[in-house]
Design a protein around this ligand. Structure first.
Ligand SMILES: C[S@@+](CC[C@H](N)C(=O)[O-])C[C@H]1O[C@@H](n2cnc3c(N)ncnc32)[C@H](O)[C@@H]1O
Length: 323
């Protein structure tokens, strides 16, 4: 199974190719980040109880995803960037967790170089069309989508920016976008997507009938990727995409969606609250379960009521409505 869990603190990384790229390769060009010449694969045999912790380490260290098998986990690192550094860090990390997982053996680690083409093929196999909520079907561009029925198709090129539909927080937002659309009586409305990533939420908003969406992101790579996805989905004309900061936007919106982190949401709290029109909806996600209560209380005290709460694994998504 391929995981893109980003259980790590997003603030430690900026997300580019395949969900997360660590800050240590921030100096690389976009092309280098997206198309590395090859990959260094690490395979670690470990007790299943240790796999979540090891997955966190690999992703935090820059692996764009991890492949989890029964008693083994694999991570991938762009070849040439920092191979020796990665190997040293992995050795130190595995030595350090031996105290917690004494079963870890010294010969549990294997390294191997993969050609880019092999990786790309292997990686594509893990993306399948996904039904999200009752209205959406997200499909990568290289697959023929299954019959849609009443669902709306969203085509997303995975692996270029955050927001492929595989993550609990994106799915939570999309399900609440459906619900908010119903609360807004399916009428035409304007929406704001804060931290658009791949553009997936903006596309979902347009597909359920938003008149216009303002989409912002502070990562130039995400903006580039979002633009491509908006075009691929015929949504570019209706989405105003930019690197504007939230405090530069002055309008009110019937729906504001922000899939960030608990910390970023709290840092932007006033800006988010003020952009929601009376009676409008605010979707907040990227919140670890133990931080959700504090965020809910904060926004309820600022004039919102809680309309919905979804939890998947450790991630919570909130749907709030301005009184
Ligand atoms: C977890 S991703 C969400 C992507 C997509 N909206 C989704 O739901 O899958 C968060 C995005 O927010 C962006 N971001 C983080 N802090 C931000 C800020 N203060 N202002 C604008 N964008 C921000 C990141 O660059 C990233 O693309």
């Amino acid at each position: 199974m391929l995981h893109f869990p980003y259980m790590v603190d997003w603030n430690l990384t900026s997300r580019v190719a395949g969900v997360q790229v660590p800050n240590w390769c921030a100096h690389m060009t976009v092309a280098e980040k997206i198309v590395p010449s090859g990959w260094l694969q690490i395979s670690i045999r470990a007790d299943p109880s240790a796999l979540d912790d090891i997955a966190n380490f690999l992703i935090q260290r820059g692996s764009p995803g991890v492949v989890v098998k029964k008693r083994e986990i694999q991570g991938y690192f762009a070849q040439g960037a920092d191979a020796l550094g990665v190997k040293g860090d992995a050795r130190r990390y595995l030595r350090s967790i031996k105290k917690v997982y004494p079963g870890m053996r010294d010969d549990a680690v294997r390294w191997r170089y993969l050609k880019d083409r092999n990786w790309n093929k292997a990686w594509q196999r893990f993306f399948k069309p996904q039904k999200i909520g009752r209205q959406f079907l997200v499909c990568p561009p290289w697959l023929e989508p299954p019959p849609l029925g009443k669902r709306r198709l969203i085509t997303i090129e995975p692996g270029l920016a955050f927001g492929t539909g595989t993550h609990a927080t994106t799915r939570g937002c999309m399900e609440f976008i459906e619900k908010a659309g119903a609360l807004l009586r399916g009428g035409k409305f304007d929406a704001l997507d804060v931290g658009t990533g791949s553009g997936i939420l903006s596309i979902a908003l347009i597909k359920i009938g938003a008149k216009k969406v303002w989409a912002i992101d502070n990562d130039p790579v995400a903006l580039k990727v979002a633009r491509q996805n908006l075009i691929a989905n015929g949504a570019a004309q209706k989405v105003r995409l930019s690197g504007a900061r939230l405090n530069q936007i002055r309008r009110l919106f019937s729906l504001v969606a922000a899939n960030l982190t608990a910390e970023t949401i709290m840092a932007l709290d006033d800006g988010l609250a003020k952009r929601v029109a009376p009676g409008g909806c605010l979707i907040l996600s990227g919140i670890l379960q133990h931080k959700a209560g504090g965020i809910r209380r904060h926004f309820v005290a600022s004039g919102f009521e809680l309309v919905g709460r979804k939890r998947e694994r450790e991630w919570v998504t909130l749907l709030l409505r301005r009184r």
